[in-house]
Design a binder for this molecule. Sequence first.
Ligand code: G6P
Length: 615
Amino acid sequence: MCGIVGYMGSERSYEILIQGLKRLEYRGYDSAGVALVRADGSLEVHKARGKVSNLEQVAKGGDTSGCLGIAHTRWATHGEPTDTNAHPHLSQSGKIALVHNGTIENYSVLKQLLTDNGYQFKSETDTEVLVQFIEYMRETHGCDLFEAIREALLRVEGAYAIAVVEQGNPNTMYVARKSSPLVIGVGDGETFVASDATPIVGFTDKVIYLKDNEIGIINRNSPIEIREIDSNEPSSFDVHKLKMSLEQLEKGGYDTFMLKEIFEQPATLRDCVRGRIADDGSRVVLSGIDMNRERFLNAERITLVACGTSWHAALIGKRLIQDFCRMPVEVEYASEFRYGNPVLNEKDIVISISQSGETADTLAAIELAREKGAFVYGICNVVGASIPRNTDSGTYIHVGPEIGVASTKAFTGQVTVLTLVALAIGQLRGVINADRVREVARALKEMPETISETLKIAPEVEALSRIFTYAHNFLYLGRGYNYPTALEGALKLKEISYIHAEGYPAAEMKHGPIALIDREMPSVIIAPSDSLYDKIISNVQQVKSREGAVVAIVSKGNTAMNDIADYCIEIPEVPECLTPIVASIPLQLLAYYIAVNKGKDVDRPRNLAKSVTVE
Ligand code: G6P
């Protein structure tokens, strides 16, 4: 989820690159860097941990002239956010500079090959391996830089968008892409490059979207040339007109970060499972579990600890682990766990779940668990945060920076990773059968398409939101896997619209909340066609007999509910254990549109913080 900017023209590139990086900061901001090629061919590189403003401080003392340059803002995936791990990375000779978005999956094999040939590495990144490999190709093939990049990319597995410049050549920049976007902006005597169009807006409205497996040569003295990486044949391209305005920039064209993050979920869930399911779908591969096989084989109990939305994901995790691993599982609020005198020993595994990785209660809970000898596994989004640094092992959810305070894409990422974790442990302990692994793994791989399909209901949910904007109370009901989904739906509404909402197990409603139901109290009922569908129908009837309005979230094609509920929202059918991921989409949208109708600041709701570092 990093950002790339490049410029070649007659202006000083530095200021243009810095401005572009600032516009891309929403993608990640743990470190930034710039490589400039001056007219005399000399190469100057500046890098700094933290925001782009830190980079500006660092570069202040240097020579920032040069009309060709590439720059990058990073959201760490390989290696912690440090100055050294920041891009651009240089080849062994220091002559080739490269910025990269994506992940090089076979980087360890390439790194070994390079190490065997005397190459040394300064950073922990896969990107440094790529730039060194390009230089290795140039040396071993005796070719020019363009050919060396192409030869290297032919041998690389994974996803990338790259921009490359070279010492001694102030007239050429190379770009390439596979599964990671890259845009070329065509100006008057100048060319821009970026990972999305945001840095280009205001400079030119003519853009070329590089396609997968294409490599582009941007030369000061000749027209842009694009070729196929595989065949080296010229590739045709269209120049598109950019419609984005400057105001829309940061949010990638969306009105708010929250809406952008909701709509990003097809892509974030793809990133989340990438490389973690064997190509034939038969196995889940999580290095954090594979490297600690004994601990997982000998474990007698798993305890999940978390706060807020992450705690809701933990409740779903409990069901998943129970179903796939057939072992005892507990879920605790981190704040309760740490003061609850927990009984733990070295046969316990504690899984902490946190988007930010900085939540004080969760951090304290895992410290306590480690003191008591438990093995602590972290599920986190922010790479290099305190929680992953203080756990024995773990898995990142890789959904990119979440800026909206109300968590959306992190929640679906957490549930996805918990599914993978449960599958991996179940496989390791030999308690889940191969067909079940394949069925769930296939559905996880298809999840980006499933979520894209689900998001098509947004206009319908927006229309529905207008009916309920001024309700004072809401009830959210679900059963089984979707009881936690109900809790999360209610939390979303509370957080951003300030409407009181309660999530409840649907069958428990009759033991209390039913007393609240009347015409003024709508209920949102999550009722996909799963093993508890018949049961939940009777819960819907109970609400309807008290004149309560019912919004039912149902599986596509379910017409039976139309006769009972007031409004039905259809979601695609998926295996029961994955219904929380899909069902949470309409709940996020409903909360979002109600808050917008009420004129609330959805990205910065009152009193809340994205990362809660106090007890
Ligand atoms: C805050 C945020 C929530 C989040 C919770 C736990 O309350 O507003 O969205 O779920 O903290 O945060 P974590 O980063 O540990 O997941």
